[in-house]
Design a protein. Structure first.
Length: 270
C-alpha cells in the first residue's frame, strides 16, 4: 500500500507541476489583446485655439543638453490646432491639390492608421508646410509649440509633473492603442490651453531649423529658430515612443524629407 500511495502521490505532483508550467508557458505566449478603436463617426472639427500673448518658461535645466538652459521667452498671441491634423483633413487637401498621399509607400497594418479621425502620419516637413499654407496657416515655431503644450509655467508633461505611460498614446498596450489613436481620445493628454495629444500619438513637425544649442543664444522674444540648417525639428512623442519622449521640452532633429508612421503635425496662425 505504501508503494502504491507513494506512486500515486508522485503522479499527482507531476501532473500538478505540468499544469502549472503549462499555464506559465501559455501566459508567456498569449498574444496581447488591445482595446479596439471606437470611431467618432463623422469627421470631427479641428478648431484653432488662441494662445494669449505673454511670457513662459522655455526649456529645462533637468533635460538634455539641447533643452538647456531654462529661460523666459515672450510670445505674441497666436492660434494653433486643438488636435493633430487628421486623415480626413489631409485627404481633403489631396483631393483639392493633387498632393501625394501619405499612405502610398507603406502597407503593413495600413488599415490601423487611416481612419478619418486618426492623425495623418507619414508626412514630411515639406508635406506639412504645404498643407498649412493651403489652409492659410503655417507650422508653429518651437517656442509656440512648447507654450501651447505646457502653458506659462514649466510643466514636464502637458498635464503636469506626473509622468505615466497611460496618460497619452505611447509605446505599449497600457493606453489601449497599438498604433495611432483618434485625436483627442486620451483626455489626460491635454495642455492647460486644452490642446490635445502634444505628449503622445504622433510626433509633430515645427517650423524651426534644428540647432542643438540654440536656446543659449536665441532671442527672448518670438524666437524663430536658426536662419538655416540641415535638419528640421520634431516635438512631442508618438505611439511608438516611451512616455519620456513626450516631455514638453524634448527636441528631436530630422531631415525635412523624412516620413514615418510616427510623424504628423498641426498648424498655427498669427
Amino acid at each position: 500500500m505504501d508503494k502504491i500511495f507513494i506512486r500515486g502521490w508522485l503522479l499527482f505532483v507531476g501532473l500538478l507541476v505540468a499544469v502549472v508550467l503549462g499555464g506559465i508557458r501559455w501566459t508567456e505566449k498569449k498574444p496581447t489583446t488591445f482595446i479596439p478603436l471606437k470611431s467618432y463617426g463623422a469627421p470631427i472639427s479641428n478648431p484653432m485655439i488662441v494662445i494669449p500673448a505673454g511670457d513662459f518658461l522655455m526649456g529645462s535645466d533637468a533635460g538634455g543638453r539641447n533643452e538647456q538652459p531654462t529661460r523666459t521667452v515672450s510670445l505674441s498671441a497666436f492660434q494653433i490646432n486643438q488636435f493633430e491634423i487628421t486623415q480626413y483633413q489631409y485627404g481633403e487637401f489631396i483631393k483639392a491639390t493633387g498632393h501625394r498621399s501619405p499612405l502610398s509607400r507603406y502597407s503593413k497594418n495600413v488599415e490601423r492608421f487611416n481612419d478619418p479621425n486618426q492623425p495623418v502620419v507619414y508626412v514630411s516637413w515639406l508635406d506639412a508646410e504645404a498643407f498649412c499654407l493651403w489652409q492659410g496657416a503655417r507650422l508653429p515655431t518651437e517656442a509656440e509649440w512648447e507654450k501651447a503644450a505646457k502653458g506659462a509655467g514649466a510643466n514636464s508633461w502637458p498635464w503636469g509633473e506626473e509622468g505615466k505611460s497611460i496618460y497619452g498614446n505611447f509605446l505599449g498596450a497600457d493606453d489601449g492603442n497599438p498604433y495611432t489613436s483618434f485625436v483627442g481620445s486620451l483626455r489626460k493628454d491635454q495642455s492647460p490651453y486644452q490642446i490635445y495629444d502634444m505628449a503622445g500619438n504622433a510626433q509633430e513637425w515645427v517650423s524651426d531649423w534644428y540647432e542643438e544649442l540654440y536656446y543659449k543664444k536665441g532671442p527672448a522674444k518670438n524666437p524663430m529658430g536658426p536662419e538655416r540648417g540641415d535638419m528640421k525639428t520634431l516635438r512631442g512623442g508618438s505611439w511608438n515612443d516611451s512616455y519620456l519622449s513626450g516631455r514638453t521640452t524634448a527636441r528631436i532633429k530630422m531631415f525635412p524629407d523624412y516620413r514615418d508612421t510616427t510623424v504628423g503635425f498641426r498648424c498655427a496662425k498669427g
